[in-house]
Ligand binder design. Structure first.
Ligand code: FAD
Length: 445
């Protein structure tokens, strides 16, 4: 479904189909042909993982889609994901020289086209290298874990990924909604990483079902922790135990499961016609608000304590939310939840005009998340900072205070973006490779 922001858009048309339908082959080649192939490609500087953007666009402009995919694979294991959810306007596209003339190349959409076309037509296959370099366990299969797994497998490591959920993908699968990132696209990417010889063991919560020490006993040379920030933050104001206050990341997860037929409708905490308030101003708040509308909420208002200009969500996400009918209450700081008989009936907020009560029976909280302590509480020697984020070193890059245990992604750097988790993970993969090589050399001596 494509929503024209200027059209008289009907909220009833909203569904979970992917909004952006992507380029046709003709459109993609025409777009690629507009690239100036600059001598100093600023787009590449703008990409946190330094994708060779001009080279893959040039290959595509000549119709060489397989070659374009191979160029992307040199730096990225998740092009179909990045092509869809990266903040391109701040990164590659924001740096494109043509953007200054309002004619910037749609780089994200080209990357997505190449990855999707390649997957659909089975054009390229990564070579599976012999697994001779050592054995590495990866905990968590979000963008950080998938990147470490893919990079190390390509370098010749035997990699086993342990994932708590029943499928790999992390937030890509259970957080970002289907209408922005279809689950089959995530599966397409994880299958490709599995085809490099990576083993995925799901339904395994490390720290509960198995410990780090037990993993070392299984012969792993190094372990990577990429467990993200799964614990949602609470709003510590009066009334926060009333029925009707729901964590946005829990809601998004349930909707994913519901859309896949894995949970019953009675598990879905928002009902048709509900008047919903979403507290927060980031991408999670936008996703929760837009998802609530899609499952039939009557009215959805985002409550944000600052101004429109200060909204941390991507501009494009905000504009899409507005176009779909989400309303915004600016400069509204929550003071207390109000309710009767244990049930929520409203949210008291402070605004520049004074205090007011916004009536509602359902609140979705999207005010941030933090790491769980399951692994560090069951393992000696892994230090975290006062907020629970894992402390890592520069040499070998990404090693924690426990020898052989590495970490990266949101669990180290706080909730950020897919590509920033990937950027760090790429550096940590190199750190792990250097460490294991040195370890093996010492063992041989
Ligand atoms: P995660 O993706 O959180 O993955 C961690 C994985 O570890 C999970 O699979 C989890 O199940 C597993 N795990 C946790 N503990 C254990 C354990 N003890 N044992 C085994 N497995 C464990 N970023 C963007 O760039 N663009 C966007 O549009 C965007 N939208 C977002 C929307 C939402 C709703 C959310 C929540 C985030 C969004 N982000 C977006 C942020 C982005 O998804 C994260 O920054 C990124 O996923 C972090 O990657 P990660 O691998 O560090 O952690």
């Amino acid at each position: 479904m494509i929503i024209d922001k200027n059209s008289n858009f009907n909220e009833k048309d909203l569904n979970f189909d992917e909004i952006d339908q992507g380029f046709t082959t003709k459109e993609a080649i025409a777009e690629a042909s507009r690239c100036l192939n600059c001598a100093k490609p600023l787009c590449r500087t703008g990409c946190p993982i330094e994708n060779n953007i001009p080279a893959f666009i040039h290959a595509l402009s000549k119709g060489n889609i397989g070659e374009a995919r191979e160029i992307i694979a040199e730096r990225s294991n998740l092009p179909a994901v990045c092509g869809r959810v990266c903040p391109h306007e701040k990164q590659c596209e924001g740096h494109c020289i043509l953007t200054k003339k309002q004619k910037g190349i749609n780089i994200g959409k080209l990357e997505r086209f190449i990855a999707d076309f390649d997957a659909e037509m089975n054009l390229t296959k990564d070579k599976m290298p012999a697994k001779t370099k050592g054995k590495v366990a990866v905990i968590g299969s979000g963008p950080a874990g998938l990147t470490v797994a893919g990079d190390l497998a390509k370098m010749g490591f035997n990699v086993v990924v342990y994932e708590a959920e029943n499928e790999p993908g992390g937030v890509l699968l259970y957080g970002i909604p289907e209408f922005r990132l279809p689950k089959d696209v995530v599966r397409q990417e994880t299958n490709r990483i599995a085809s490099l010889g990576v083993t995925f063991i799901t339904n395994t919560l490390v720290g509960v079902n198995i410990t780090i020490d037990q993993l070392f006993e299984r012969g792993f040379d190094a372990i990577f922790i990429g467990t993200g920030t799964a614990l949602a933050k609470d709003l510590n104001i009066p009334g926060n135990d009333l029925f009707g206050i729901i964590q946005a990341i829990y809601f998004l997860r349930i909707i994913t499961l519901y859309n896949e037929g894995k949970v019953d409708q009675k598990e879905v905490p928002i009902n048709a016609g509900d008047d919903v308030l979403v507290i927060g101003g980031g991408n999670v708040a936008m996703d929760a608000a837009r998802t609530a509308l899609r499952i039939g909420a009557g009215k959805v208002r985002v409550v944000y304590r600052k101004t429109e200009k200060e909204l941390p969500a991507l501009r494009s996400e905000y504009e899409d939310a507005v176009a779909e009918g989400v309303e915004f209450c600016w400069q509204s700081s929550p003071l207390s939840f109000v309710g009767q008989n244990g049930r929520l009936s409203g949210l008291e907020v402070e605004t520049p005009m004074g205090k007011t009560i916004l009536s509602t029976r359902k609140v979705l909280l999207a005010i941030g998340s933090r790491p769980a302590a399951r692994i560090i509480s069951t393992t000696k020697g892994i230090e975290v900072n006062s907020s629970g984020y894992v402390i890592t070193k520069e040499r070998p890059y990404g090693m924690t205070t426990r020898k052989g245990v590495f970490s990266g992604g949101d669990v180290v750097h706080q909730p950020a973006t897919v590509v920033l988790a990937m950027k760090e993970a790429k550096l940590v993969a190199k750190g792990i490779a250097d460490y294991v090589e040195a370890k093996k050399l010492l063992e041989e001596c």
